[in-house]
Design a protein around this ligand. Structure first.
Ligand code: HEC
Length: 140
């Protein structure tokens, strides 16, 4: 025989157990490594694809739902918070024109951060507001 496995090695069941244990550890390491390597792989990071749609943003389709969700609870009616009404197109345009709409949701210095007492709007929502303003504040 060309290669003789020493009997002493094979017969030592303790050593076989150790070997199996090490193989299991190796498998675990591969599986855990495989899982964690995908953790931060968003499409945007990998390919520069941004799944936030900022094309053709309009008041009716995009801005109104954002405002209704996060702002008009305080900014509507006869005496809106801070004297800032956001419950119709013309009022929203006033805040957009004077910079306070974007400044406040972007938490820029010099503006009260909005929505007050709540989480910041998502990056996508802020991008959509920005796009809406930059593209002339379309109604629909
Ligand atoms: C819980 C109530 C509340 C919510 C919700 C809220 N606001 Fe306000 N907002 C206020 C108050 C009160 C003020 C007056 C300034 C202050 O107290 O910080 C204000 C002020 C503002 C101002 C003027 C800020 C400045 O510095 O000139 C803007 C613009 C504004 N809010 C926009 C928004 C927008 C946009 C949202 C939604 C994303 C929103 N707010 C959500 C309460 C709220």
């Amino acid at each position: 025989m060309l290669f003789r496995v020493p009997r002493a090695w094979l017969e030592k069941s303790e050593q076989m157990k150790l070997l199996k244990y090490m193989i299991m550890l190796l498998f675990l390491a591969v599986i855990i490594g495989g899982l964690s390597s995908c953790k931060y792989d968003s499409e945007e990071d990998l390919y520069g694809i941004d799944d936030c749609d900022t094309d053709g943003v309009t008041y009716q389709d995009n801005i109104l739902p954002i405002l209704n969700r996060s702002c008009t609870a305080c900014h509507s009616g006869a005496s809106p918070s801070g004297g800032v009404g956001l419950d119709n197109f013309d009022l929203v345009k006033i805040s957009a024109d004077n910079g306070s709409l974007l400044g406040s949701i972007n938490h820029d210095s010099g503006f009260s951060p909005m929505p007050k007492g709540q989480d910041k709007l998502s990056e996508c929502e802020i991008k959509q507001v920005k796009s809406w303003i930059n593209n002339g504040m379309l109604y629909d």
